[in-house]
Design a protein around this ligand. Structure first.
Ligand code: DON
Length: 575
């Protein structure tokens, strides 16, 4: 299996005038050394995130006596500085938490539609969608939830002081951090788009030349915003100077978020969704994410079948997974939405009899056609960027957080004077039945735009336990592929006996009902398997990388094995 990416810190030229950066790099070099020897077993804690510096920030918090939630908060704010594609304060996300006492909580800090949002706001006079209106620029922005989410997480579980958890983010923004090669390339690619939406300029644009690996990205305005959040908490973002700057940014450019929207935003504690799979207990995110219900439905759909006997990515295994995905994504389009606004039939969707009945008509001779698969009728009807990180502390507290601006760098809008990127999460609503969003996902009434409603997400932060003991913390970015990636990683461990890194590195494939095709990564699904499945009517469309899973496994001897996705700069740090 491919080894996780080794960070390119060693080839970075370190400016000798900046001592703190040198210290940071030395720290990373040391942790890299530790990482290379990770088989020698970490027992005290682990952070796996999309950026080496953010992972190191989290471990430092654990070493200072912070718990997994403290570490997660520090990582979340650090990512908003060092991973601007997706780490954010201008977006939202979800957290699933498991305490050392085996209690669970789920926190929904998803963005909301502004109070002035309307169902048809992205359609022209003829009722057709206006190209990219829900994706680029000011009208694409949902009311951000990340800051209130972290405040609520800290109020309930934090042990260390809020101001100390914010300090690394303040420092990284003020003093700068060295870009990885991947980051430099991505920022260069977006240069013209950033200019288009930020005529005032932004720290993300290098006016003089192209960015290269090792260049320091200094974000002074962002540092000031982080300082305000550090000293004032929630009020430092949703009221006062930062709120005014955000609303000014909106007013000057045709956006609709108001001071009232910001003041009224509240992250919400929710009851996690949970079910058993082959004796393992899987706990995940309820609406406004579709992730948990869809993941649990997929696992229940395949449970009756002998996947481990058939083997990893063998004909029948792939068939059963794809047929389950086809049916679950059809249900998602019809039944899933923000449960505060729409009566999502949660119990009905998760009912084992319902799920097994949905799988009853699958044939091993012939692919079902998605045209012939519609959503089911569950009972009880009353009612390309994201980032995931996983944290485990020495007591067995565990945090899974997936957070996003939606696609890379969100709406591309940086708030003038406040230096942070805003999301384009409004595209996750269904703007019109039959019109797919960026990820090809369809929807209807359940996920139609309404003022103050949360748009449906696929984010699937998930925790798995066995006999009451922590087993795995897992999640990933990837839009519609998030759910199927988490599904595959769990199967890789439970059914195919892989370790954490192997399960994360293993090639993946995706199916989402419509379009009716299997989308394999380069190495996924051997050619002979593919040929036989094609003969049965399955269509294949090759695609690039799927997701960036960052996960932690507690092994039988109690040591921690990280899985950092080689598809990005993702890094394990343990101690
Ligand atoms: O919430 C969602 O489902 C999407 N906004 C996630 C977007 C995403 O994962 C992009 N990453 N590659």
């Amino acid at each position: 299996m491919v080894k996780p990416r080794q960070i390119s810190i060693f080839c970075i030229k370190v400016p000798c005038f900046n001592r703190s950066i040198v210290i940071l790099l030395l720290g990373i070099a040391l942790c890299q050394f530790a990482y290379a020897k990770q088989d020698t077993a970490y027992r005290n804690g682990m952070v796996v995130s999309a950026h080496p510096i953010a992972s190191q920030v989290g471990i430092d918090v654990l070493k200072k006596g912070g718990n997994a939630v403290d570490a997660a908060i520090a990582v979340k704010f650090a990512l908003a500085v060092v991973y601007p594609n997706a780490g954010n304060i201008g977006g939202g996300g979800f957290m699933v938490f498991r305490s050392s006492q085996n209690e669970y909580a789920a926190l929904d800090f998803r963005e909301k539609a502004p109070g002035m949002a309307t169902r048809d706001m992205y359609l022209d006079e003829t009722g057709e969608p206006v190209s990219r209106l829900s994706l680029d620029g000011h009208l694409a922005v949902g009311v951000p939830g990340s800051v209130d989410g972290m405040v609520k997480a800290h109020e309930r579980y934090g042990k260390l002081l809020w101001k100390d958890l914010l300090q690394p983010a303040v420092d990284l923004a003020r003093k700068g951090f060295p870009l990885t090669e991947m980051q430099a390339n991505e920022l260069n690619r977006r240069k013209e788009s950033f200019k288009r939406f930020n005529s005032h300029g932004t720290a993300l644009i290098n006016e003089k030349a192209d960015w290269k690996a090792g260049d320091l990205l200094i974000q002074k305005e962002l540092a000031k915003t982080m300082k305000r959040i550090q000293s004032k908490g929630r009020r430092g973002f949703y009221e006062g100077k930062v709120a005014k700057l955000l609303v000014r940014e909106m007013k000057d450019n045709g956006g609709i978020i108001s001071l009232e929207d910001l003041k009224n935003y509240e992250a919400k504690w929710r009851e996690p969704v949970a079910n058993d799979y082959r004796g393992y207990h899987v706990v995940s995110m309820p609406p406004s994410s579709s992730g948990g219900i869809a993941l649990l439905s997929l696992l229940k759909s395949v449970e009756p079948y002998p996947l481990s006997h058939w083997g990893f990515q063998q004909d029948s295994t792939v068939q059963v997974m794809v047929e389950a995905e086809r049916r679950v994504y059809a249900d998602r389009a019809e039944h899933y939405g923000d449960a505060d606004f729409y009566p999502v039939p949660l119990a009905g969707l998760l009912d084992s009899n319902y799920i097994h009945a949905r799988m009853q008509d699958i044939s091993f001779e012939r692919a079902t056609s998605s045209e012939s698969v519609s959503h089911g009728k569950p009972v009880g009807y009353e009612s390309e960027e994201t980032t995931h990180f996983s944290v485990v502390d020495k007591d067995g507290n565990a945090v899974a957080i997936t957070t996003t601006l939606n696609n890379s760098y969100g709406s591309l809008v940086v708030v003038k004077g406040a230096g942070f990127l805003l999301n384009d999460e409004m595209d996750d609503f269904s703007m019109k039945p039959g019109v797919p969003n960026l990820y090809g996902l369809l929807g209807g009434k359940a996920n139609a735009i309404e003022a103050n409603k949360r748009m449906l997400s696929a984010m699937t932060p998930t925790i798995v336990t066995k006999d009451g003991k922590l087993l795995m913390v897992v999640g990933t970015p990837g839009g519609s592929t998030i759910i199927t990636s988490v599904f595959q990683v769990i199967l890789n461990v439970v059914d195919f006996g892989m370790g954490m890194q192997e399960a994360v590195s293993a090639p993946r494939f995706h199916h989402q009902w419509l379009p009716d095709n299997i989308q394999p990564e380069k190495e996924a699904i051997a050619e002979d398997v593919r040929a036989r499945l094609e003969a049965k009517g399955y269509q294949f469309v090759q695609r690039g990388n799927i997701g960036r899973v960052d996960a932690i496994l507690v092994k039988a001897d109690g040591t921690l094995e990280g899985g950092a996705d080689h598809r990005g700069d993702d890094t394990i740090v343990g101690y």
